[in-house]
Every structure is written in structure tokens, then in C-alpha cells.
Design a protein around this ligand. Structure first.
Ligand code: UTP
Length: 266
């Protein structure tokens, strides 16, 4: 399968503080859903979308990620160092030279999506049609809004929006909608210029949402409301929920897991 977008960046250099203490010794993206590290789901989604050149952004502490991919030969993996965890925008900026002027995907391994057709493949189709950046969108519950990037947008059809602006981690009262940006992006190459001009924002980090906002104000940016089940595995509750959802669907494991949960008499 060939794709009009050939390269992808997987940022994995965050500190993973919500998973302390295990992330003192293990990279967050190596934590598994059953036996499969979350980063493997990101790589499989890209491969199934026809994207096989991948740059993983790592810190000096992520030697386990290098080790894991040492014997993988069906995708071309490059490691790029982010010296300090200065935020997602800064992590993506480290890949500018490697991306070399092309449009590219970004997949956050924390955001695991179970769906028959890969989310990134659908987003590449939208990019091919409009030649614009595309972000994945999901309607979220009010309590999640202050932790996410939230958009103001116009609906084009039931799965497509045009983004007018976006705001990182708004107070609930200031949120422009309940539609949040989830970790799948197709970026036109000029995003690097917008990131470079983005000052440190929420939490003192360079936020990709601020760069997308600047791009959306000047150019068109589209949002894709993806189908399927999404889990934020960047926190222990989300990883547990993803693991349960994955296991119950497995014919070998599902019935045993369900009868075990019932046996707990809760
Ligand atoms: P998160 O903010 O969810 O990850 O970033 P984190 O910072 O590791 O988590 P906490 O808040 O400390 O628990 C989303 C993605 O961006 C990467 C992370 O590794 C994760 O995959 N990231 C984040 C970087 O690569 N560099 C950064 O400076 C920040």
C-alpha cells in the first residue's frame, strides 16, 4: 500500500509523571496493553496506513525503546533526541530536518484507538484532498476539557470540521466546544514555522495546540471526528480500561475475564 504521506513522527520523550514510580525505569510508551507496548499500536496503525518511515522522539532515558525496535525490519525507524522535555511542540520540532520539507503524520502513542480502519489512513485521505493539516477530534465529557486542546469549528459533515481556532487546556467556562484534539495529526510542512514562533504556553511548555491555532487562523485546518474506541493510556486508569476493552474482545481471554470480574461480587 502506498500513501501520499510517507513519514510519521511518534513523540515519546515525555517524563510520564502520571505513571511514577514505574516510569523511573521503564518508558511510558513501553507499558503494555496485555503483552503489547502502546507504542507498537502506533507503529502498526502507521504501517497499516502505508506509512513506513517513522521517527521516534526519545529522551536519554528511553534506551528500552531502542532495544525494543532493534530487531524490527518491516518499518524504517529513526531515533531523534529531545534533550529536555519542553513540550509536545518542541518534541515535534526536533524532527524538522528528518521530515525534509514533506507533509507528515504525528501519532501520540498514549492515544490508542481501536477501529477496523486505521484513523491515520482516513486522515491522510482528507489531507490528500485538501492539502491542509488535519487533526483528530472527539467529543469529550466536561471534566476532561481542562486537560485537552479544544477547538472552535464549523461542521462540514458528520465526520469533518473546519477549525477556526483552538485553545490548550481551557477552563470549562472558556472552552469553545466539547470537541478535543486527540493524538493524531497530519501536518503540512509549514507547521514547523508556526511551532518555532510559538512562545511557551500552558505549563511552560511549547504546546502544539498553540501552533495549530496559529496555522488555523492563517490557513485552513480540518478536523476529523474518528469512529471507534479511544483510550488515553497516558494515565493508569486509561491504560487499565484499554487493557480490559482489548482483552474482552479476545476470544481466548474475554469469557474468562468477564467471569472473573463477575466473581468479584462488586
Ligand atoms: P504527555 O504530556 O501526555 O506525556 O505528552 P508526558 O509529559 O510524558 O506525561 P505526564 O504528564 O508527565 O504524565 C503526550 C506525548 O508527547 C510526548 C510524550 O512522550 C507523549 O507520547 N512528549 C511530551 C514528548 O515527546 N516530549 C515532551 O516534551 C512532552
Amino acid at each position: 500500500m502506498s500513501s501520499s504521506v510517507k513519514k510519521a513522527v511518534i513523540p515519546s520523550a515525555g517524563l510520564g509523571t502520571r505513571f511514577f514510580p514505574v516510569t523511573r525505569a521503564v518508558s511510558k510508551v513501553m507499558l503494555p496493553i496485555l503483552s503489547v507496548p502502546t507504542i507498537e499500536f502506533a507503529v502498526r496503525e502507521l504501517k497499516n496506513s502505508g506509512v513506513s518511515k517513522i521517527a521516534i522522539i526519545v529522551s536519554e532515558l528511553n534506551s528500552d525503546i531502542h532495544k525494543y525496535f532493534e530487531s524490527v525490519h518491516d518499518v524504517d525507524i529513526e531515533f531523534i533526541l529531545q534533550e529536555k522535555a519542553n513540550g509536545l511542540g518542541d518534541a515535534i520540532l526536533q524532527a524538522e530536518k528528518w521530515v525534509n520539507g514533506e507533509p507528515f503524520c504525528v501519532v501520540l502513542p498514549d492515544d490508542v484507538i481501536f477501529n477496523e480502519s486505521p484513523t491515520i489512513e482516513e486522515m491522510i485521505k482528507i489531507h490528500s484532498q485538501f492539502k491542509s493539516s488535519v487533526v483528530a477530534l472527539k467529543a469529550v465529557e466536561p471534566e476532561k476539557i481542562p486537560f485537552l486542546g479544544v477547538v472552535e469549528s464549523q461542521e462540514i459533515d458528520k465526520s469533518m470540521h473546519r477549525i477556526n481556532r483552538c485553545v490548550e487546556k481551557p477552563q470549562l467556562a472558556d472552552a469553545p466546544s466539547n470537541l478535543a484534539i486527540i493524538g493524531r495529526y497530519i501536518f503540512t510542512n509549514d507547521i514547523f514555522g508556526y511551532i518555532s514562533n510559538t512562545p511557551k504556553g500552558a505549563l511552560g511548555e511549547i504546546q502544539i495546540t498553540d501552533a495549530i491555532n496559529a496555522q488555523a487562523v492563517k490557513n485552513s485546518v480540518f478536523g476529523y471526528k474518528f469512529p471507534g474506541e479511544h483510550f488515553d493510556t497516558g494515565n493508569p486508569d486509561g491504560l487499565l480500561q484499554a487493557s480490559i476493552a482489548y482483552a474482552v474482545k479476545d476470544v481466548g481471554k474475554g469469557p474468562r475475564l468477564i467471569s472473573f470480574i463477575k466473581s468479584l461480587n462488586i
